[in-house]
Design a protein around this ligand. Structure first.
Ligand SMILES: [Zn+2]
Length: 160
């Protein structure tokens, strides 16, 4: 029996159920409504220095954002990075600004690289397998470029 579970519990939903989309899970301060990612404990101190809030509720973050910055990881990052392949295959990382105003770093979806990215371009959240161990598949969120309106999709590897 192979399970598909998040590599990190509680940071995102996988959206495997019918009609369900994956989403990052953030924490919203019940006092100032500021949203944080990664999520914080249900009770703690708000990271907004102007706020004395101590309670948070879970909230799903917007599934689409815009590329704020990106980079190419040509060398294998140090631990706790888990190599997805041996030998190491370079991958692209994108920092994506979400509608909530925060920036979330993530790998770029399989099959895409820095050549598919542009600052200000739209990307959407997908959940892909990070690695497989004897427990099953471990998943992580990634950012997938959204083809611009009117594009044929050839550059984005869409239709075939
Ligand atoms: Zn607050």
């Amino acid at each position: 029996m192979v399970q598909t579970v998040p590599a990190i519990q509680g940071w995102f939903t996988q959206g495997h159920a019918e009609g369900e989309q994956p989403a990052l899970l953030g924490s919203r301060c019940t006092t100032c409504a500021t949203v944080f990612f990664p999520p914080v404990a249900a009770e703690g101190f708000c990271r907004n220095p102007a706020c004395s809030g101590e309670r948070f509720e879970q909230t799903e973050l917007g599934r689409r954002g815009t590329v704020w910055s990106y980079t190419d990881a040509q060398y294998q990052p140090p631990a706790p990075y888990v190599p997805a392949s041996d030998p190491y295959e370079p991958f692209a990382l994108a920092a994506v600004e979400l509608p909530e105003g925060l920036v979330v770093l993530g790998q770029v979806a399989r099959g895409f690289g820095v050549a598919d990215l542009q600052v200000g371009a739209e990307v959407e959240l997908v959940v892909e397998t990070l690695y497989t161990d004897d427990q099953g598949e471990r998943t992580v969120w990634r950012w997938r470029p959204v083809p611009a309106l009117g594009a044929t999709g050839s550059a984005a590897g869409g239709s075939r």
